[in-house]
Design a protein around this ligand. Structure first.
Ligand code: RB5
Length: 147
């Protein structure tokens, strides 16, 4: 599994913590930045990660901003992306099973590195349940072409 990573200035430290988690699991990732404290605009990094996932260059994406909300709003503009801010591991498990979440967004101002470890583990380890949830996700995908 290859993961696309991105963050704005608020999320750099938590993104680095996520990279350590991925290193410990031996997972490949591409870091699309940013890597410094200088203020940047989160939609630019959401777009890079969302396009990498939508194109198949990456299997999943993880984005970090202050709350995870701006990153999710921006990433969901890219067709094929199902992104959401997730604040608990229990929710991460459910949104993988039911919504086939393919981009996890984290909030550096809402979530500790320890909490992120459990959220990321659930995001990576939980398979999509399919069945009736597949029908619903297909209906979400159909909305990609509507206005
Ligand atoms: C940046 O200050 C902040 O607005 C951003 O990281 C994020 O919280 C937006 O959703």
């Amino acid at each position: 599994m290859t993961i696309a990573l991105g963050a704005d200035h608020a999320g750099v430290a938590l993104k680095d913590a996520v990279k350590h988690l991925l290193d410990a699991r031996g997972l490949r990732y591409t870091d699309f930045g940013t890597t410094a404290d200088a203020s940047v605009d989160y939609p630019d990094y959401a777009a890079k990660v969302a396009r990498a996932v939508a194109s198949g260059e990456a299997d999943r994406g993880i984005l970090v901003c202050g709350t995870g909300v701006g990153m999710a709003i921006a990433a969901n503009k890219v067709a094929g992306i199902r992104a959401a801010p997730v604040y608990t591991a229990a929710t991460a498990q459910i949104v993988r099973e039911h919504n086939d979440l393919n981009v996890l967004t984290l909030g550096a101002r809402t979530t500790t590195a320890d909490e992120a470890r459990d959220i990321v583990a659930a995001f990576l380890d939980t398979p999509f349940a399919g069945g009736r949830h597949g029908r619903r996700v297909d209906k979400i995908s159909a909305l990609d072409t509507t206005r």
